[in-house]
Design a protein around this ligand. Structure first.
Ligand SMILES: Cc1cc2nc3c(=O)[nH]c(=O)nc-3n(C[C@H](O)[C@H](O)[C@H](O)COP(=O)(O)OP(=O)(O)OC[C@H]3O[C@@H](n4cnc5c(N)ncnc54)[C@H](O)[C@@H]3O)c2cc1C
Length: 411
């Protein structure tokens, strides 16, 4: 059995599958290893920002995504804990590309991830699911990473890409993980069927307070055929209460009435399933090492609140591919040779992660929300600029521009 490749990718989620497809199409020999058996599901709000359409198109899976039930989501609406609401369309804020006019996209992860995974195979990657990576292999004196130990034996390559998600083993073995203590949370993700909705129902974020006055968040993602993804996000220390409730469903049902608009809408709907997962925010000090590189959640995971993880995964895959191909051409896979990827991430993605982090902080501060929400409600253009940033269409720095800040003060 073949065991030497140009690149080994660990993890077949959106980041790994997209990186594998790009590299294989460029003529490289790629091994994609995935622990789960595909198709596999993944707890997710299932809303993707508008540029994801363009990234899927480039990978050649956009039409298949629409055929699989992909639904346009033209707008977002936010419901604050004190009853204030504000809303805006994605198209108004954009630099008017086609995908922006159509808005964001919703599609079950079961379908989306499987399309991307099969696309990696169709693009020429050697794709193996049901094979877990157990550790990195290193050259002499524990230096350069040069392969992986798996359930199915050893595989070798001058570069291993860690695309193994939020609890990345590759990142841990590289020694670069820095947890973000304020972003250790628990998500309870439910799928409902038979939900009454208008055809272009917006994606919604509902905020409420629990009895300790901590902010709890409910994301409402409209799916195909009157289905909806309803995700509750609570602090990590709620784990005790979830356990005390006996089963997650009992905790979920007790919390849902704090979001009366959603609870009312779901009264006659059927909950098809409920999954609980930890969402543990982290960043990495460096996404590259000698013979190793991180992409997707393995490189950084902020929070599902602004719904951009799949964008980060697919855009990160593009950026990684460019740097990997250049390094392979030079025959140098050292951390130094891979630094252009670290630099590109710092330039393009780090400000976006910072903006997501800032929005998180504001959302969890009732005084800030009480100041901000009525202003955004009065001035839709300011909301649309905000959605342009969280929707990955505009530079986060535009939220810090004197014009934007002055607009908020005057609104
Ligand atoms: C509750 C929640 C809601 C979210 N909602 C949204 C949303 O609405 N929109 C959005 O864009 N993003 C959302 N996200 C974020 C999004 O899910 C991630 O950013 C995205 O999945 C990242 O893709 P990835 O390929 O990096 O990682 P993953 O999708 O996690 O894929 C990693 C893969 O690696 C595999 N793997 C792990 N370890 C090994 C190993 N040792 N060997 C082999 N394989 C391994 C796993 O099985 C998995 O398939 C949400 C996240 C959470 C937790």
């Amino acid at each position: 059995m073949k065991n030497r490749y140009d690149v080994i990718i660990v993890g077949g989620g959106p980041a790994g599958a997209a990186t594998a497809a790009h590299l294989a199409r460029a003529g490289r020999e790629v091994l994609l290893l995935e622990r789960a058996s595909f198709p596999r599901d993944k707890p997710c709000g299932e809303f993707y920002s508008p540029p994801v359409r363009g990234l899927l198109r480039e990978l050649g899976v956009y039409d298949a995504a629409l055929r699989a039930g992909g639904r346009a989501v033209p707008a977002a609406r936010i419901f604050c804990a004190d009853g204030a609401t504000f809303a805006g369309g994605f198209a108004a804020s954009a630099a008017c590309s086609d995908w922006a006019r159509e808005g964001g996209l919703s599609l079950p992860r079961l379908a989306l991830d499987n399309l991307l995974f099969q696309n990696a195979r169709a693009s020429g990657a050697d794709v193996r699911d049901g094979v877990a990576m157990r550790g990195l292999l290193r050259g002499a004196h524990g230096g350069h990473v040069n392969g992986v130990q798996t359930d199915a034996g050893k595989f070798f390559a001058p570069l291993v890409v860690g695309a193994d998600g939020g609890r990345s083993r590759v990142a841990r073995e590289m020694g670069v993980v820095r947890p973000l203590p304020h972003l250790q949370k628990i998500a309870l993700v439910a799928h409902y069927e038979g939900v009454p909705m208008e055809p272009d129902h917006p994606v919604e974020m509902h905020l409420a307070r629990d009895e300790t006055q901590a902010t709890v968040v409910c994301g409402f993602g409209p799916g195909p055929d009157n289905t909806a993804d309803v995700t509750l996000v609570v602090a990590e220390d709620e784990a005790r209460r979830i356990a005390a409730a006996g089963r997650p469903a009992a905790y979920y049902d007790a919390l849902l009435p704090r979001f009366p608009v959603v609870a009312g809408r779901l009264r006659r709907a059927r909950r098809a399933r409920l999954v609980t997962c930890g969402t543990f925010g982290h960043v990495t000090t460096r996404p590259v090492a000698d013979g190793a590189l991180l992409v997707g959640d393995a490189a950084a995971f902020i929070d599902p609140f602004t719904g951009e993880g799949v964008y980060f995964a697919l855009r990160g895959a593009q950026m990684a591919t460019e740097a990997i191909l250049a390094a392979l051409r030079r025959g140098d896979l050292s951390a130094r040779a891979l630094t252009p990827y670290a630099r590109a991430r710092r330039r393009e993605l780090t400000p976006k992660y910072a903006a997501c982090g800032l929005i998180q902080q504001i959302v969890h501060c009732p005084a800030w929300m009480a100041w901000l929400a009525p202003r955004l409600a009065r001035r839709p253009a300011l909301t649309e600029r905000l959605l342009g940033v969280t929707g990955d269409m505009e530079s986060p720095y535009r939220l810090l521009s004197p014009g934007y800040l002055l607009g908020l003060l005057r609104a």
